[in-house]
Design a protein around this ligand. Structure first.
Ligand code: SF4
Ligand code: SF4
Length: 137
C-alpha cells in the first residue's frame, strides 16, 4: 500500500521533511501538478506525514474518503479549477495557487479520484525529476 496526498493539498510542504524515505515530491509545473506526490513504490506507510499536514490532505490509500463531507471553508486544488488562494507555507514562503475551489459546508467530494493522479505522476509524469524544477513553492 501507500499513502496518498489528495486535492486538499495546498503545498504547505511540512510533510516533505518528515518522510524518512524522502518519497514526497513537489509537483512541477504547479499548473499541471498542483500537489505534492508520494512515490507509491517507496512509501513505507509509516504515517509520519499525516499529522504534519495543516490541511489534513494525506490518507492511507485504503482510507481515502470516497465521500468527503466539507466542514466549510477548506479548499481543494485541481487542474481545471479557477479559484485563487494565497498562503504562507511551512517555510514562510508566499504561495499563490490559481487552480482551487473553496468548499461549502456539507459539500461532498470524492477524494478517491485523487489516487490515480498520484500513481500517474511517477509512472508517466515527471516523478522525481520534478525535484530539479522545485522553486520552493
Ligand atoms: S503538508 Fe499537506 S498541504 Fe502541505 S504539501 Fe504536504 S500534503 Fe500538501
Ligand atoms: S507514510 Fe511515511 S513513508 Fe509514506 S509518504 Fe508519509 S512519511 Fe513518507
Amino acid at each position: 500500500m501507500t499513502h496518498i496526498i489528495t486535492s486538499l493539498c495546498l503545498r504547505d510542504r511540512g510533510c516533505i521533511e518528515v518522510c524518512p524515505v524522502e518519497c514526497i515530491v513537489p509537483g512541477e509545473p504547479v499548473e499541471k501538478y498542483p500537489w505534492m506526490y508520494i512515490d507509491p513504490d517507496t512509501c513505507i506507510d509509516c504515517g509520519a506525514c499525516i499529522p504534519e499536514c495543516p490541511f489534513a490532505a494525506i490518507f492511507p490509500e485504503d482510507e481515502v474518503p470516497g465521500a468527503y463531507t466539507a466542514k466549510g471553508g477548506e479548499y481543494i486544488s485541481k487542474v481545471g479549477l479557477t479559484g485563487h488562494f494565497e498562503v504562507t507555507n511551512h517555510h514562510g514562503t508566499h504561495i499563490a495557487l490559481e487552480t482551487v475551489k473553496q468548499l461549502a459546508a456539507g459539500e461532498v467530494v470524492n477524494l478517491r479520484d485523487d489516487i490515480q493522479p498520484n500513481y500517474d505522476f511517477f509512472k508517466s509524469g515527471p516523478g522525481y525529476g520534478a525535484k530539479d524544477q522545485d522553486k520552493g513553492i
